[in-house]
Design a protein around this ligand. Structure first.
Ligand code: ADP
Ligand code: MG
Length: 295
């Protein structure tokens, strides 16, 4: 792992995907790491941006104490706010599995509060990522478990949202709130924002309950929102990767979790240029969603 300093290859177009769900523990960070490294293994130039004060993405990529880092996303966003130039490669760390990432730590919580009082507060991350888009083909943003100002910044900066949903509980209410927020941002701040899809995670394939939850989500949302073909199974192998600082492709390459993330990677590559289901504003009132909401 090393700081990136050399001038990077310029790529022509890029896709920014925010990985978001205001519920914690649903697999956002795990998905960000394994989709990101999956895309890099497919030849894409990938940057992961941690938009979560918990620093779990940094930890998952081998940084044991993110709170001790000198430069994080916070310093970069502060420079954008103050109209200062960022140096090329500033804050970017290279991971041995072929991706670059920008970590965050507890200081991001302070920035979230400070953002409330500044001009163009919703577009700070977009301004920064506009620069990064020239250097990467895929930028994935690992969002925090809330719909506060940092998450709004991520959704304003993104082309797509990928929503991991844990199949072990009834997620309908939280999902409605998230889809409504995405709809609001689509209408008011980022007309090009689309939902790339819902990814079912931590699916315990041995139980009927997981199957029922999966079926319910497909029934409730499937008509309007893409649901990724394959889900990610519940497996201790996935949980172990964070402690090891590497991807599932190295930790358990032949296991079902690696298979699930490979399949997701292929689907994202196929979809990211041509999703045609726009986000609708008042999603909570559509028949499909009410069906799920009553269960
Ligand atoms: P989030 O970013 O949404 O909070 P994480 O990706 O950090 O979620 O996952 C939450 C916890 O669940 C972590 O301890 C992680 O290692 C574990 N985990 C993630 N995916 C799986 C899975 N497929 N099976 C079992 N445990 C998982
Ligand atoms: Mg996380």
């Amino acid at each position: 792992m090393s700081r990136v300093s050399e001038k990077q290859k310029t790529v022509s177009s890029s896709v920014v995907i925010a990985i978001s769900n205001q519920k914690g523990g649903v697999g956002k960070t795990t998905t960000c790491v394994n989709l990101g490294i999956g895309l890099a293994r497919a030849g894409e130039k990938v940057l992961l941006v941690e938009a979560d004060a918990q620093g779990s993405l940094a930890v998952s990529l081998g940084i044991s104490e993110p709170d001790k880092l000198d430069v994080t996303l916070v310093n970069i966003l502060e420079k954008v706010i103050n109209d200062e130039e960022t140096e090329s490669g500033e804050g970017i760390i290279r991971h041995e599995e072929g991706i670059d990432f920008i970590p965050a730590n507890i200081e991001l919580a302070g920035l979230e509060t400070a953002l409330v009082n500044i001009m163009s507060r919703e577009t700070v991350m977009r301004q920064f990522l506009q620069e990064m888009r020239r250097q990467y083909s895929y930028i994935l943003i690992d969002c925090m478990p809330s719909l506060g100002m940092i998450t709004i910044n991520a959704l304003v900066a993104a082309d797509y949202v990928l929503v991991p949903v844990e199949a072990a509980y009834l997620p309908v209410k939280g999902l409605q709130q998230l889809i409504k927020t995405i709809g609001n941002i689509h209408r008011k701040l980022n007309p090009s924002l689309q939902i790339l899809g819902i990814l079912l995670t931590k699916v315990d394939r041995r139980t009927n309950f997981a199957r029922e939850t999966s079926a319910m989500i497909r029934e409730a949302y499937g008509e309007r929102v893409h649901i990724f073909e394959n889900s990610i199974p519940l497996s201790v192998r996935a949980a172990e990767t964070a402690a090891e600082g590497k991807s599932i492709y190295l930790h358990d390459p032949r296991g079902a979790v690696a298979e699930g993330y490979l399949s997701l990677t292929e689907e994202v590559l196929a979809l990211a240029g041509c999703v045609d289901k726009p986000v609708e504003a008042e999603s909570a009132g559509t028949p499909g969603l009410q069906k799920g909401g009553g269960q």
